[in-house]
Design a protein around this ligand. Sequence first.
Ligand SMILES: [Mn+2]
Length: 392
Amino acid sequence: MKFLHVTDTHLGKTESRIRERELDFYNSFKQAVDYALEKKVDFVIHSGDLFDVARPMTRTLIFAVQQLMRLKEANISVYIAAGSHDIGVEDTIISVLEAIGLLKNLSAARYYKTQGDKIVMDGEMFRDIFICGLAGKRENISDVYEKLQPARKGKYNIFIFHHAISDISEKFADITTSLLPKGFDYYAAGHWHGFFETKYDRGIVVYPGSTDFNDLTEMENHQEKYFCIVDTETKKYEKIRINTRPIVSVSVNCAGCDAKEVSQKTIMSIPPSGDQAILIIKLNGKLGKGTKSGIDRNIISESAKSSGYLYTKIYLSELENPEAPFVSTERKTVSEIEEEYLKKQKYDDASVNVAKQMITLFGKKLSPAELKARQKAAVEIVRGFLVDTKTD
Ligand SMILES: [Mn+2]
């Protein structure tokens, strides 16, 4: 048997309210549905984040219903586990799709039962294939994984989940890989937006990744998007590349330029685009005169538009202002570094003192009550400062 595995479709997502980018996400999902119909797969697995938000727009919901209807009419079942983006305060909109018979939400409560200290996943059988799933909630998730157990065993077994495992990244992991339940042939994974695969127990863990670019990191690091076709007999799978909007990256060295020259130089470095690509411009180098804030990003964006780009993202974070003072950080406390930096910026002692007090008051995350108290204290400090400077 053959099934299609797709995940993190984030229907309804857009960027800077650009309508084309919203349609891109629909188009990527539609490519997976078209493929499933064309290849006549037996069923479809979705590993969560079908929608970008728990309460999608009406037009997003209509699109999802239309695509799921196409699969239903072709007798192709869809199995899903809700992702972190699908889950709202009360429930998930996926329950509505399930209520009208368009898919089966294997992460719904009715697919679970507690037996002693075990959480048993009831799942569904598709002929002799056992499929079960877990929602992408994060609270106490390691404890949940430790108790998970499949209710049955099929000839082929699929576990759908929506968490990042430590094999991908220790830093971003929701769980240690070894917490995954054992005995499955295919671990249909979601949540991590890049493609990733690894062997586990006697099966394979596959993250096809998101179907479109959700942020700049995805644009830069994973310029190819996929869904997978899995053969349960040969236990092999194939990555199918999604046709996504092209992305062009340009780096411009602005060393010695003033703000106006930056715009000119950048515009000169934009290659023409015939296909409404997304343009990413990264400016770097130390400016000769003026500051980054003086750079007219609109002129650059407009010029890119007339060169055939859908839109442009301009990054100034690697660009340095000329007057940025150098402060060595060796053997100094954070407070000392802050003080030296401000003094090199030629602030007087009284101003540096106020700035340091403000950093102490607001330099960390505060509860609303703490924030209110500290705002009061800040007003007093500023008042004192104003009185002092007046008498000087
Ligand atoms: Mn996602």
